[in-house]
Design a protein around this ligand. Structure first.
Ligand SMILES: Nc1ncnc2c1ncn2[C@@H]1O[C@H](COP(=O)(O)OP(=O)(O)OP(=O)(O)O)[C@@H](O)[C@H]1O
Ligand SMILES: [Mg+2]
Length: 228
């Protein structure tokens, strides 16, 4: 479970990015986080991953209190999260398979586990036949699916994706969202940041809308539908 309680975030330069945010994401939820540029979406993601600390309030992630987590606990906490970056961050010199192997070795998985798991996640994202390609030999949408596979490979309880479809055309974007929906159906909690309102409206999911550091609505399909 992820829980933000009265969270404030003021950056070192004095920018107040979050002004009292309350949000709970239960295990198994699928949540879209939407809002204008600069509203605080990535700040929420970074609080959850531990990249930044709250100035006030509490951030709980899968049982860890992010405000006073000790640096030795960070690797164990991070293993509960799979993060998908907008720019993929794949290692260009490694094949798709080796990109995933690398992610699993860093947490100390055994070779037999690695082989089994990689085969499973690559098939799940529809790239079973691309394992031996290098990132620059596959399309942008396929690279995005590799990034999702990599986020999944260590079997996290939560997948967090900040603009996972930012670089993709509408059809590919829809495919990625459907993939995340399928991953959610298989039991992983999913939090997706996106600007793409047409895409959000195609899914009947919870939408948390943030504006200027405050949550302005939270509900099934709420925010974008209110605009009409
Ligand atoms: N490291 C930082 N130092 C100072 N201010 C920051 C920092 N990171 C973000 N901000 C500011 O905090 C506010 C929220 O930024 P954030 O990155 O969370 O927005 P966002 O909703 O993700 O926007 P976008 O849709 O453009 O990615 C903005 O005013 C931004 O300029
Ligand atoms: Mg952002």
């Amino acid at each position: 479970m992820i829980k933000l309680i009265d969270v404030q975030k003021e950056y070192e330069n004095g920018t107040k990015a979050l002004k009292g945010v309350n949000m709970t994401i239960e295990d198994g939820d699928f949540v879209f986080l939407v809002g204008p540029s600069g509203s605080g979406k990535s700040t929420i993601i970074k609080l959850i991953t531990g990249e930044v600390k709250p100035s006030d309030g509490r951030v709980m992630v899968n049982g860890y209190n992010m405000g006073d987590i000790n640096h030795k606990q960070i690797p164990a906490m991070r293993r509960t999260l799979g993060v998908v970056f907008q720019d993929f961050r794949l290692i260009q010199k490694k094949t798709i398979y080796d990109n995933l192997t690398f992610a699993m070795r860093t947490v100390g998985s055994r070779p037999s586990t690695i082989r089994r798991r990689i085969t499973y996640v690559l098939n799940l994202v529809g790239l079973g036949d691309k394992a031996n390609q290098f990132p620059d030999q596959i399309s942008g949408g396929e690279q995005q699916r590799v990034a999702i596979a990599r986020a999944l490979v260590n079997n996290p309880s939560v997948i967090i994706a900040d603009e996972p479809t930012g670089n993709l055309d509408p059809r590919r974007s829809l495919e990625i969202m459907k993939l995340l929906e399928e991953i959610n159906r298989l039991g992983t909690t999913v939090l997706v940041v996106t600007h793409e309102k047409d895409l959000v409206n195609r899914f009947d999911k919870r939408v948390v809308a943030i504006e200027n550091g405050r949550i302005i609505s939270d509900g099934a399909g709420g925010y974008y539908n209110n605009e009409r």
